[in-house]
Design a protein around this ligand. Sequence first.
Ligand SMILES: Nc1ncnc2c1ncn2[C@@H]1O[C@H](COP(=O)(O)OP(=O)(O)O)[C@@H](O)[C@H]1O
Ligand SMILES: [Mg+2]
Length: 271
Amino acid sequence: MEYHPSPAPAERKMRVVVTGKGGVGKTTLTALFAYGCAREGKTVLAVDGDPQQNLAATLGIPPDRLDRIVPLSDQKAYIAERIGAGQERGGFMVLNPAITDVVERFSVPVHDRIRLLVMGGVRNAGSGCLCPEYTLLAAILRDAARLPADVVLLDTPAGLEHFGRSIAQGFSTVLIVSTGSYNAMMVARTLSRLARQCGISERVLVLNRMPGASGVCGGIEIDDIDCTGMHLLPDDPLVSACEPSVVPLITQDTPVAQSVTELLRRIGGYR
Ligand SMILES: Nc1ncnc2c1ncn2[C@@H]1O[C@H](COP(=O)(O)OP(=O)(O)O)[C@@H](O)[C@H]1O
Ligand SMILES: [Mg+2]
């Protein structure tokens, strides 16, 4: 499969982080967004930042290939070379490593215009952890604007804390996904404020599986969510019928796939 890295200058790249409570539809949205952008002719780097690593299957990578994906956190030789902290460097770590070759070396092709980079798990991520694995992953996210793709998409486990300030530095748009439940909306509210404090200028509340939205959702005022835009994603029975892959949804251009296309066309216009 041929992959054409992006000619887009750093400031014109779409760098989108997808966040929200567990189970609200983040990974489904990330995968649909990746295919939607590819259909618009853009090259996409989808980054799986969730230690559960289910973005690959959601992007439609078949089971026999899934087993062969080695997450970045397990690329011990590369981590030792770039970050150090082993005996050979006398225990010192490089905190600002060069990471420009990481996509070429470790991402896997999914489609002509989509590549996937699986981060893997790091112990104590988000708690100021300074292990070499975390240092490498954080450096990549911080430098998202320089990664070779028109669109860099990051799927996260639940919050934004996981990679700390690196996400704020590397990403310009956050999609805060929520369903209509009180708990999901509470998480969305917290995340929207955190994202604003971090300086992420475009914050879109994506209400998933909701027939419509009035001023209140899950008992929380939508106005109370610190977002710059809102989008409704329809409930689509084909999503679970096709699980884990979203590819049939794209091929059949189902309502949820169409809605994601509308959403991605508006990104950049919510600021
Ligand atoms: N718009 C939708 N319509 C129907 N089912 C959906 C929709 N979005 C997500 N789902 C289903 O909800 C579940 C959780 O989605 P997932 O993307 O794994 O959430 P998260 O990544 O936030 O944990 C999955 O079973 C998925 O198929
Ligand atoms: Mg997920």
